[in-house]
Design a protein around this ligand. Structure first.
Ligand SMILES: NC(=O)c1ccc[n+]([C@@H]2O[C@H](COP(=O)([O-])OP(=O)(O)OC[C@H]3O[C@@H](n4cnc5c(N)ncnc54)[C@H](O)[C@@H]3O)[C@@H](O)[C@H]2O)c1
Ligand SMILES: N[C@H](C(=O)O)[C@H](O)COP(=O)(O)O
Length: 332
């Protein structure tokens, strides 16, 4: 059977992305998939020296077919005189990182790659570079012309999905609408079935307010918006339960009884997720026409260039992408 081709955008050259990629590839069994690094040869050389990892890497050419057992590099910056400065916020670094993401998306959309794994970008650097977006998720949606995507963080022990993603806390309440909740829960339910292979997904939904509003005493979104949204979805046949008070829900280990937990905003879902799973979680974008995963961490500028970054979350992200891609190849 054809082995999946996995494009890897190398992330911010001043962050830990290139380092975790090399550490992962050093021990990866290349008979399972074909990794294609999208980024800069100069960055690969720089971190290969720092980490003392010297992999045989072949140049990617759009004309040649890819052979199993190799790592390929699509070098977008051959003539660049960009200087790598680990830990530095820089508009050039942001630009390089986003060019790689863009090319990775293109490879997937053109079917030259079966999935995209994105190494971390710095939101500050990409905004300095003129990319006026808060993250990969929004960029992927725009570039693939997908209106509706959902951020899902997944690990062995829990999955968390979000109603709202990268927006300021002050805007969360007004962004929580019945339409958004229902739209995202439908995308999540489909993704749990198709991408994660769960036959009848059971989803828990968190409230927005402390104690899920306590009967309307501490906020009314649960009564006015969330519960009616869930009632309608239940009558359509979705197994959605809630809204639960978020603190007690996680404190009590209730997430263990559901296939996914649907949180109302970024930190409500990602703080428990990262606390319970940091270093092994995967960020997956549900609803896209392509497969995209990413590690659960950022650029970690405080440790960049020190050869101490842990590669396990990147490994999980790569393996999840390869597994999903292999499943799609098998079904096609
Ligand atoms: N997928 C992505 O592109 C992505 C994901 C998260 C954050 N970010 C961005 O990264 C930048 C920094 O974000 P942050 O500081 O909030 O989070 P971070 O994950 O970069 O760092 C948080 C802490 O965890 C440590 N850490 C992170 N990854 C590690 C690893 N693999 N091994 C060892 N230690 C690790 C860091 O040293 C730091 O102390 C921000 O611009 C943020 O938006 C990007
Ligand atoms: N919310 C993500 C996290 O904290 O892990 C992170 O910002 C990455 O988001 P994108 O995948 O959209 O870049």
């Amino acid at each position: 059977m054809k082995k999946p081709v996995i494009a890897i955008s190398m992330g911010d050259p001043n962050g830990i992305g290139p380092e975790v990629i090399l550490k992962f590839l050093k021990q990866y069994d290349l008979s399972n998939s074909i990794p294609v690094l999208v980024g800069s040869g100069k960055v690969v050389e720089y971190y290969s020296e720092i980490c003392d990892i010297h992999l045989p890497i072949r140049r990617f050419s759009e004309k040649d077919s890819l052979e199993n057992g190799n790592v390929y590099l699509l070098d977008l910056n051959e003539s660049s005189n960009f200087e790598i400065n680990p830990g530095e916020i820089s508009n050039l670094a942001g630009k390089m990182a986003m060019k790689a993401v863009e090319k990775g998306i293109e490879l997937c959309m053109n079917k030259q790659a079966d999935a995209l794994v994105t190494a971390p970008i710095s939101k500050e650097s990409i905004n300095l570079a003129g990319y006026n977006i808060p993250g990969h998720t929004e960029f992927l949606a725009e570039k693939t012309k997908t209106e509706e995507v959902v951020m899902v963080l997944a690990s062995e022990i829990l999955r968390v999905a979000l109603a709202t993603i990268h927006i300021p806390l002050k805007d969360v309440s007004r962004s929580i609408t019945k339409g958004i909740i229902q739209r995202n829960l439908r995308i999540l339910q489909k993704s749990l079935k198709v991408d994660f292979g769960i036959y009848e997904p059971k989803i828990a939904v968190l409230g927005l307010n402390p104690h899920a509003g306590d009967g309307g005493v501490i906020g009314k979104e649960e009564i006015d918006i969330i519960r009616p949204a869930l009632d309608e979805l239940s009558s359509e046949g979705l197994n959605v339960v809630g809204p639960y008070a978020a603190d007690g829900y996680f404190g009590n280990g209730m997430h263990e009884h559901f296939d996914a937990t649907f949180a109302m905003y970024h930190d409500q879902g990602l703080i428990p997720f990262k606390t319970l799973t940091f270093g092994e979680g995967v960020n997956f974008t549900a609803g896209l026409p392509i497969i995209r995963t990413s590690p659960d961490h950022g650029t970690a500028f405080d440790i960049a260039g020190k050869n101490i970054a842990d590669m396990h979350s990147f490994q999980s992200a790569y393996q999840m992408a390869a597994m999903m891609a292999q499943n799609r190849i098998r079904k096609s």
